[in-house]
Design a protein around this ligand. Structure first.
Ligand SMILES: C[S@@+](CC[C@H](N)C(=O)[O-])C[C@H]1O[C@@H](n2cnc3c(N)ncnc32)[C@H](O)[C@@H]1O
Length: 280
């Protein structure tokens, strides 16, 4: 028991393990995630529907989406943004490793008679000969990536964008980091049965890495016949860190907003969005 508790409370190096795929693609949790995406009144998995409508409208106007434009949405989930982009006539691609979400997105596209290309794969491994006018990555997915993975993604974005192509993505701020506390929670059926339909015991260890501005929510889920560990990492950014990271990777930041709906940057807000252009 002591050794098990040592493992549960072990503090890994920042971004030492990548288990994001397990969280989103597991047969059971992916269904829970889809329910969250489609719950129009909450900001879990996808944001609430009023925000998405407002944000998609702002993106369509800012990037003048029409038949002449192509967009690729990384981590598109069930297609709440891709559907709205495609309604402008733009050529739209959505990538997500959750088959459950992609199936839902494809069904919606068929019902609405929209020609959207959906790819069910890990975007870290994605490559194509196509080139896009705009790349989006919405709801702070960028924060779940390690510094190396982010570098790899920005390199990929540069390659996949046309000259003068744009990126729009959002991240968590240092204000959000400061609001987080280290904690350890132990609870039978932690998160109301989110992790399994069977009885389980769950630990949540929230670990703060003050120097790196990283938070780990480490879930240890103990079922009768197996124990799983899921590592949810988040990188938190200052405005200058974000601008510098895009700069060294070949992008010029045009604007930093408070969100992907174009609200004015607010230093006290917990999120911000970066609109950047590829530098040739
Ligand atoms: C927070 S949700 C946001 C969904 C969507 N952007 C929205 O705002 O409605 C993140 C999505 O990214 C997907 N995802 C995360 N990491 C991924 C990866 N490496 N490759 C492909 N999809 C990924 C998840 O499956 C999930 O659908």
């Amino acid at each position: 028991m002591f050794d098990e508790l040592e493992k549960i409370n072990h503090r890994p190096k920042p971004f030492e393990f990548y288990t994001t795929e397990e969280l989103w693609t597991n047969e059971y949790t992916s269904q829970k995630m889809l329910e969250f995406h489609l719950n129009e009144s909450i900001d879990v998995s996808s944001r609430n529907i009023n925000f998405i409508n407002h944000s998609a409208e702002w993106i369509r106007n800012r990037y003048k989406l029409d038949e002449s434009k192509s967009v690729c949405d990384f981590g598109c989930g069930p297609g709440l943004y891709t559907t709205r982009f495609a309604e402008t006539g733009a050529q739209v691609t959505g990538i997500d490793f959750s088959k459950r979400s992609i199936d839902y997105a494809e069904k919606t596209a068929a019902e609405k008679n929209l020609n959207i290309k959906y790819l069910n794969q890990n975007y870290l491994k994605f490559d194509t000969g196509e080139r896009y006018d705009l790349i989006t990555m919405i709801m702070c997915d960028y924060c779940a990536l390690s510094p190396d993975q982010r570098k790899q993604m920005l390199k990929k974005f540069r390659k996949l964008l046309k000259p003068d192509g744009y990126i729009l993505l959002d991240v968590y701020t240092l204000e959000a980091f400061n609001q987080r506390e280290e904690q350890t929670i132990f609870q039978p059926n932690l998160l109301d049965g989110f992790w399994s339909p069977e009885k389980y015991y769950g630990f949540l260890n929230t670990i703060k890495y003050n120097e790196e501005k990283v938070i780990l929510d480490k879930y240890t889920i103990i079922e009768k016949n197996k124990t799983s560990m899921i590592y949810n990492w988040l990188q938190y950014f200052s405005k200058s860190h974000l601008i510098a990271e895009f700069g060294v990777n070949g992008f010029k930041v045009e604007n930093v907003f408070a969100d992907v709906a174009g609200s004015n940057f607010n230093p006290k807000a917990t999120e911000m969005a970066v609109a950047a252009i590829k530098q040739v």
